[in-house]
Write a protein that binds this ligand. Structure first.
Ligand SMILES: Nc1nc2c(c(=O)[nH]1)N[C@H]1C(S)=C(S)[C@@H](COP(=O)(O)OP(=O)(O)OC[C@H]3O[C@@H](n4cnc5c(=O)[nH]c(N)nc54)[C@H](O)[C@@H]3O)O[C@H]1N2
Ligand SMILES: Nc1nc2c(c(=O)[nH]1)N[C@H]1C(S)=C(S)[C@@H](COP(=O)(O)OP(=O)(O)OC[C@H]3O[C@@H](n4cnc5c(=O)[nH]c(N)nc54)[C@H](O)[C@@H]3O)O[C@H]1N2
Ligand SMILES: [Mo]
Length: 766
């Protein structure tokens, strides 16, 4: 009877090769192929008619927000459709006509399903029924919603302290769901609210808060039209934020210069054929990047320091290079920064960053003469040990140039999940905010907990050590997204109960606690109706604009419940009426949630009225040049350290990146078209000279091995692919390589796993 300890499930699926085909990397992004592929995905999953009408409503004022990335919509969305290839894939994934009901789980055990690839799991269809996995079973069985809520409540009540529970959030939730979830978790009594941001832009949040007083970017979409220089660092917009390419295109049309800083020459940054323009279909499109700086992985600080030193030298001759008036009026710490720069030699910096001196001089010349500069960045800067410094060094450059709080200039951390920024704004965080706690106390009449909660890496450790016993996830795929897959799988399996509120099947439903629940929920694209009335939700985009989202498709099943309803249901079962908050009412009535949200968080006061149409901007002190919250009331320069990688001759720095056909752990397909890889994900990109030195031929099989704190971690059997990547650097896809990321190595201050700079060795596979 007592099956548990533990089920025979695979945390990583057995290795299967799918038959690689190689082509030349693409010379441009999007164009007609992009449109064709977008439609292929939606037609296959949703049928032709439904695809066309649904896509027409995506990112339109009366429609729903794309479930993909958080790039903002223009105020006047294109009538031809305001979506990209990868947004269409995200929609196809969610709105697929396939469903998995109870019979699917009767047929397949979790042990059997765990042998499937992530691709096959995702393609099996939408989850539609609440399911329970008992400790003595390897098959999920149906459970009613009410019994599921009671089971969660009972398990939460059994805990010795509320800190034995962990409540994860992925960035797909709405503001309303996230606010209610955070409220429930605090009412329950813990701040254990790790979220996907911890693995993503946390480093940006920390760096920007400390230097500029707000953990978000400062630019608006229209600033892209006015920028003279846009620097895109550590980001692959062609794949991950394709609609950003139109904004870059506008900058080019206005004679702006685009500089990309990336170990890879990503197709999206080279040339763009805008599928929403005739020119993009028939002509050669727009060349985007003017200068590509092929930096070595994690050497952005060295590169930026060299640029700053050269600019400082020019400024000594001509006092117009830096904006001295701005520096004087709005900043603090410039002397320390400039003195520190003197400690470094140009030769040393040049050598370690790996970029050619001529290209750096070209960039310095351009930057010296301009002051409308935007820096955009994503995971290439945030997932390193010194990630916070990476971003602070970018802020240093912008502050020296006065490129902050000015039209056409500023910081642009490009967010990942479509509402990851909103989740934070409405209170999903493990840190304690006194002002938020006071507001909650005033509005709801209870005292939120004061002890700082666990972030992602510390939540994993707590579960591993048996200090946390209940794990709930509002979306996401914690097992495969987090670092150290084997360690994380032990951690989850140590829990008494794991609960997943999800739309699609993933590995976190298979590698679970002793008891597990799947609570299926509505997707963005679906109608959310109560008593015959359609409800709407709101989200915040990457630039701090809050707007409505309302699905248009009929729900996949009438058993599905919305995220706020599920949270309301769990909270009602837990408190049984003994609490000042009316949870059931809030779960049903989003207008009431918004009213309370507005009373607690001032930026949301008028969310009900102002979120209509293209929405409204939340307050942003940087746009007002208001730094009163910071020391001396000024924006802060920072003295940043160089990263330290003492590599042995046979060691490499590995970055784990996304292919063109995935959304994080959701695998849409097996191609990485822009990089010329077809029908295979088990590849490692390698410099041809390194391959020669290590006697490797194209397509040889290698194991990747990391060794931290004397613990060896191995990802076996990757096809070596010669690629234009700096020597000593490697790239491979996540989540296949997450096994290599040690759970206890993460960025200083932000605790973001070091997913972009893992030290590895290679071994020929057996
Ligand atoms: N289609 C699609 N869209 C997505 C996602 C998806 O998976 N698929 N994911 C969403 C999410 S949650 C996020 S956070 C974003 C992620 O968006 P990105 O950050 O663009 O995603 P990554 O593939 O991780 O790419 C990192 C880029 O940084 C470069 N890079 C790596 N290390 C370094 C470094 O040390 N220095 C520099 N300068 N560059 C480096 C890599 O070569 C790569 O081009 O995209 C969001 N949008
Ligand atoms: N090695 C390595 N690891 C990484 C990264 C990396 O670059 N390298 N990137 C990191 C980053 S940036 C991020 S953001 C994390 C992502 O971490 P997560 O957000 O945890 O992972 P996702 O793969 O985005 O989650 C996908 C699942 O979300 C569920 N889902 C989708 N839509 C909805 C919805 O509307 N509601 C609900 N309730 N569920 C939904 C589906 O069940 C789907 O299977 O991964 C991180 N992990
Ligand atoms: Mo992300």
């Amino acid at each position: 009877m007592k099956l548990f300890k533990k089920r025979n499930v695979f945390a990583i699926p057995p290795i299967k090769f799918t038959g690689v085909q190689l082509k030349e990397p693409a010379a441009y992004a999007a164009g007609l192929t992009g449109v064709k592929i977008a439609l292929q995905h939606t037609f296959k999953e949703m049928g032709i008619q439904k695809s066309l009408t649904t896509l027409a409503h995506m990112n339109q004022k009366d429609g729903f927000d794309c479930p993909g990335c958080a790039w903002p919509d223009p105020d006047k969305p294109s009538k031809l459709g305001e979506y990209c290839e990868n947004g269409a894939k995200a929609l196809a994934e969610e709105a697929t006509h396939k469903i998995i009901g109870p019979d699917f789980f009767t047929k397949y055990s979790v042990e059997e399903l765990s042998e499937w690839s992530d691709y096959k799991l995702g393609k099996s269809g939408r989850l539609v029924a609440p399911m329970l996995l008992r400790p003595e079973s390897i098959h999920y069985e149906p459970i009613s919603w009410e019994n599921a809520y009671l089971l969660v409540a009972e398990n939460l009540k059994k805990l010795k302290t509320p800190d034995e529970a962990v409540f994860y959030t992925s960035g797909r939730s709405s503001n309303e769901a996230a606010f209610l979830y955070g409220l429930f978790v605090r009412a329950f009594g813990t701040n254990n609210m790790p979220d996907c941001s911890n693995m993503c832009h946390e480093s940006s949040g920390v760096a920007l808060n400390e230097t500029l007083g707000i953990g978000k970017g400062s630019v608006k979409l229209e600033d892209f039209d006015k920028a003279e220089v846009i620097i895109v660092m550590g980001q692959n917009p062609g794949t991950n934020h394709p609609r950003m390419l139109s904004a870059l295109q506008k900058c080019k049309e206005n004679k702006g210069t685009i500089i990309s800083v990336n170990p890879l020459k990503e197709a999206g940054l080279v040339r763009f054929k805008n599928p929403q323009e005739v020119k993009g279909i028939v002509a050669s499109g727009t060349a985007l990047t003017d200068i590509h700086l092929q930096v070595k992985i994690n050497q952005d600080v060295s590169l930026l320091k060299l640029i700053l030193k050269k600019l400082a030298a020019l400024d000594k001759q001509d006092r117009n290079v830096f904006d001295h008036e701005f520096i004087e009026n709005y900043t603090h710490g410039v002397k320390d920064l400039l003195t520190d720069l003197d400690r470094f030699s140009e030769e040393e910096l040049l050598k370690i960053c790996g970029v050619s001196a001529a290209k750096i001089d070209e960039v310095v010349k351009i930057i010296a003469a301009k002051n409308k500069i935007i820096i955009c960045w994503a995971m290439g800067l945030t997932q390193h040990r010194n990630a916070v410094d990476n971003i602070k060094e970018c802020v240093n450059l912008l502050l020296l140039k006065g490129s902050i709080g000015r039209e056409g200039a500023g910081t642009c951390p490009v967010r990942g999940h479509s509402n990851v920024q909103g989740d934070r704004s409405v209170g999903i965080m493990h840190q304690v905010s006194n002002s938020l706690n006071t507001a909650i106390k005033n509005v709801f009449g209870f005292d939120p907990p004061l002890k700082e909660g666990l972030d992602t890496v510390h939540a994993i450790e707590a579960m591993y050590r048996g200090k946390a016993k209940v794990f709930m996830a509002l979306g996401g795929n914690f097992l495969s997204a987090a670092s150290d897959t084997m360690y994380t799988s032990e951690a989850l399996q140590n829990c008494d109960l794991t609960i997943q509120v999800s739309t699609k099947l993933n590995r976190s439903h298979l590698v679970t606690g002793k008891t597990a629940l799947i609570l299926p929920t509505l997707g963005r694209s679906e109608k959310d109706t109560k008593n015959g009335k359609q409800r709407f939700l709101t989200v915040e985009n990457s630039m701090g604009k809050v707007h409505r989202t309302q699905g248009i498709l009929p729900p996949k099943s009438n058993t599905l419940r919305s995220e706020p309803e599920i949270i309301g249901g769990i909270a009602t079962a837990y408190f049984k009426g003994n609490h000042p908050v009316d949870w059931a009412m809030l779960g049903d009535d989003y207008n009431q949630i918004r009213q309370k949200l507005g009373a607690v968080i001032s930026g949301f006061k008028e969310v009900q009225q102002k979120s209509e149409g293209s929405g409204y901007y939340l307050p942003n002190n940087v746009r007002e040049l208001d730094f009163t919250k910071l020391p001396k009331g000024k924006a802060q320069f920072s003295v940043c350290k160089l990263p330290q990688h003492q590599l042995k001759v046979d060691e490499f720095v590995l970055m784990t990146i996304r292919s063109h056909d995935q959304f994080n752990t959701t695998i849409y397909g097996l191609d990485d078209r822009y990089r010329g890889i077809y029908n295979e994900r088990r590849v490692v990109f390698m410099n041809p000279e390194d391959m020669q030195y290590f006697c490797l031929e194209k397509m040889d099989l290698v194991d990747l091995i990391s060794n931290y704190d004397n613990k060896e971690r191995r990802a076996s059997k990757f096809l070596a692919i010669p690629y234009d990547i700096p020597k000593g650097n490697l790239a491979a896809y996540f989540p296949e390589t997450n096994v290599l990321v040690p759970y206890n190595h993460f960025a200083y201050k932000s605790h973001t796993p070091i997913s972009k700079s893992i030290i590895v060795k290679l071994e020929k596979s057996n």
